[in-house]
Ligand binder design. Structure first.
Ligand code: NI
Ligand code: MN
Length: 227
């Protein structure tokens, strides 16, 4: 079975693998773009990149219903434990962990990470997932950083980059990120959820193709990509 990645709008993904179902940064019930609600998602693992509401909102709800393990920064796992969620896998930047679906490595992200209750969420992160079918980099919420070149050395079948601007990289810096990462394919996210992050995603995709030769995949919420 191939790895199938479905974009649920904003920064939220549902990933089906031979080793289990993963949900990344679940923001569904209050996400205007989400094609499904939190109670319609099945998960064995929930990856949380940082503590902001638009990435963590439905993690607790999904974890309680499904019994999924939350994989996140140490401080975020402590937050969920305080709220009675037992199954957590605390990690931190640069660390990797072997999971049934493959290896997951926590990458740096230039961003903040306050939790919904106001407590500090540690350092914001991205995720590099090593599937047998190929490596996938989720930059999550971040500004551009030169060390993306190091992340790209893993060899990326797919990079998922924010292009919305204002809270994260905008289109120009995301184009530069593609040059550093050199992925086989790239998908833009964290865009057009609200007016403050409205961008011309199709125009960006065309520019990336023209200037880097990297294949861009434009998904609508609910759309999927296979490795
Ligand atoms: Ni954020
Ligand atoms: Mn965000």
């Amino acid at each position: 079975m191939a790895v199938e990645l479905t974009w649920l709008g904003h920064g939220t993904w549902e990933i089906t693998t031979d080793g289990g179902r993963i949900v990344l940064d679940p923001f569904l019930d209050e996400n205007p773009l989400a094609p499904k609600k939190a109670d319609q998602v099945e998960a064995d693992f929930i990856l949380v990149s940082h503590g902001h509401y638009d990435h963590i909102a439905d993690a607790e709800k999904i974890a309680r219903r499904t019994g999924a393990t939350i994989i996140a920064c140490y401080e975020i796992c402590e937050y969920f434990q305080r709220r009675g969620i037992e199954r957590v896998c605390p990690m931190n930047i640069g660390g990797g962990s072997r999971q049934p679906f493959g290896r997951v490595k926590m990458t740096p992200a230039w961003h903040s990470s306050t939790l919904p209750d106001g407590s500090p969420g540690g350092t914001a992160a991205g995720f590099l997932l090593f599937f047998p079918e190929g490596n996938v980099y989720f930059a999550c919420d971040t500004g551009l950083f030169q060390d993306m070149a190091l992340i790209g050395r893993a060899g990326l079948a797919l990079a998922v980059l924010p292009i919305g601007d204002n809270f994260t990289m905008g289109p120009e810096d995301a184009l530069e990120a593609v040059r550093l990462l050199r992925p086989r394919r790239v998908v833009p996210v964290h865009v057009n959820t609200w007016p403050v992050i409205e961008q011309d995603a199709a125009g960006w995709a065309e520019q990336v193709r023209r200037e880097t030769g990297v294949e861009t995949v434009l998904l609508r919420p609910g759309g999927s990509i296979r490795l």
